[in-house]
Design a protein around this ligand. Structure first.
Ligand code: GDP
Length: 497
């Protein structure tokens, strides 16, 4: 009421007549949808926090992470080609399964978990494990890093003892240095079974790159291993575990899930299946989940040994079926109430559709501009004395209203590409919801027009617009909206003499 500058009674009365009797109690917290409706009732333009209203977001960081449960470290094996990453992973993986399920059939799901031998007399509740992302140079790794989501806690840098530091070794070192606050490095000097192995040389070469191994008084642990014979792998596991302990990796083991898709594929009888690496929360059967523009309800979860999993916790990677669509590797996964997930899905899908149609638009737009330029060149050639009387570009001023934030954002984005040095698009305001009287007023003041995408224009508002000569262009087809804008921008261009 204070914001609207009306008395509380007045607001409550309006709420009752608008069918919000239940919400009109003084201590009721309005949803953004209701609040927006209500603001419209007072002829004001709501500015909606789109993110809160239409999408789903991970819950805020825990105020005191040190009180949370420990989670397994997430480890990525990296290094130069042929230095033995795949072999090392295979040996680690088979070791992990041999101890577990009978038959020991591993499924490639993008990650696997290796048990850490528990020190004698330990009273820890959770058995310790290490999660290895199991494709070297994982595509998802880059995808996740690209969006600033460093899920990896520890990099195992594999360096072949018979080959030493190579270009990709340096790349990994660079990568690790950039992120040294969040990512630890363990060096695995590999292929030590080979007669040509020279550990001393490798250690020296690493030092030149700024990596000083513990054995030489530095602070980077190094382990001599052979992925082929299995030599030193116990020590590698132990070293990783010690580093993880120092990192004190903790996360919520309950509540809504935040994670990432490691990889995905369609499986016979299961449909789309995506491996989800859990960062926070607990994923269970029947959880509602969303990743990018894909959503679903968890049907079956299995681990890398193919064993069913009822609940997946932070640090675990599980193959999840129940998706309606196939998610992309690297996408963020969130769980939420069915309603939240559905709303977020609708919003993202709409945004994606609009963006897809805009790809075409950009091409067409570029082509038009090119044609126009050619035309201009031709004309210029014919008449030399063409003079541009310029005082800055002309502006097509727009008030944009759309049905969901996704489409408004997409339209905004697309409009950036329209125009040239003589005529440009200027967005005066944007909003979600039906066209209102204040939109008309705003457009009139700006001497602009209203673009209405998939929203209603109440008859009364239409009349006001007409009597004030404010054009409204309304369509549910993005292509048409763009076409209209472009034609109007072209109309603003100075005539070609
Ligand atoms: P990646 O490209 O880093 O994944 O390397 P691979 O795991 O494919 O290994 C490249 C080659 O090195 C293969 O021929 C492996 O058999 C061999 N190799 C890997 N690890 C070892 C090892 O510890 N000892 C020996 N002798 N050969 C190895």
């Amino acid at each position: 009421a204070r914001l609207l500058n009306v008395r509380l009674k007045q607001l409550q009365k309006k709420m009752v007549t608008a069918g919000m009797a239940e919400e009109s109690a003084y201590d009721h917290v309005l949803t953004s949808d209701y609040a927006a409706l209500l603001v419209g009732e007072f002829n004001r333009n709501p500015i909606i926090n789109d993110e809160a209203a239409f999408d789903i977001y991970p819950r805020p960081a825990h105020p005191d992470p040190s009180t949370l449960s420990l989670r397994p470290p997430i480890v990525t094996i990296m290094g130069h080609v042929d230095h033995g990453k795949t072999t090392l992973l295979d040996t680690l993986r088979s070791a992990s399964v041999a101890k577990g399920e009978a038959g020991g059939i591993t499924q490639h799901i993008g990650a696997f978990s290796v048990p850490v031998p528990v020190p004698e007399g330990s009273t820890e509740e959770q058995p310790r494990t290490i999660t290895f992302l199991d494709t070297p140079g994982h595509a998802a790794f880059s995808a996740m890093r690209a969006r600033g989501a460093g899920v990896t806690d520890i990099i195992v840098l594999v360096v072949a003892a018979d080959d030493g530091v190579m270009p990709q070794t340096r790349e990994v070192i660079e990568l690790a240095k950039k992120d040294e606050e969040n990512v630890g490095v363990v060096v695995a000097i590999n292929k030590v079974d080979k007669p040509s192995a020279n550990v001393g040389n490798v250690t020296q070469a690493l030092m030149t790159e700024g990596i000083q191994l513990e054995s030489y008084g530095g602070d980077t642990p190094g382990v001599e291993v052979s992925g082929l014979t299995g030599q030193g792998l116990d020590r590698l596991v132990e070293t990783i575990s010690v580093m993880a302990e120092m990192q004190d990796l903790r996360a919520e083991r309950d509540g809504q899930v935040h994670g990432y898709v490691l990889e995905s594929n369609v499986r016979k009888g299961l449909g789309p299946v995506a491996t989800v690496l859990i960062v926070r929360g607990c994923l269970t059967t029947a959880s509602h989940i969303i990743a990018g523009t894909c959503h679903g309800k968890v049907r079956v979860m299995t681990d890398s040994a193919g064993a069913p999993v009822k609940a997946a916790y932070p640090g675990m990677a599980v193959a999840v079926s129940g998706w309606r669509e196939l998610p992309n590797a690297g996408d963020e996964v969130l769980s939420g109430s069915e309603a939240d997930v559905k709303k977020a899905f609708a919003n993202r899908q709409r945004k994606a559709e609009v963006e897809a149609s805009l790809v075409d638009m950009e091409a067409i737009n570029a082509q038009r501009i090119e044609e126009r330029r050619k035309e201009e060149d031709k004309e210029e050639g014919a008449t030399d004395e063409v003079q541009a009387v310029e005082s800055g570009p002309k502006e097509l001023r727009l008030v944009i209203k759309g049905d969901v934030s996704g489409s408004v954002e997409a339209i905004e984005g697309a409009l950036q590409g329209i125009g040239n040095k003589d005529a440009v698009v200027k967005i005066v305001s944007t909003g979600v919801g039906d066209v209102s009287e204040s939109d008309v007023m705003m457009a009139q003041t700006a001497e602009g027009m209203i673009l209405a995408f998939s929203v209603n224009i109440p008859r009364a508002v239409e009349n006001i617009a007409a009597s004030n000569n404010v054009p409204i262009y309304s369509s549910a087809i993005i292509y048409r909206v763009m076409e209209e804008v472009r034609n109007r921008v072209v109309a603003l261009l100075p005539p070609i003499i």
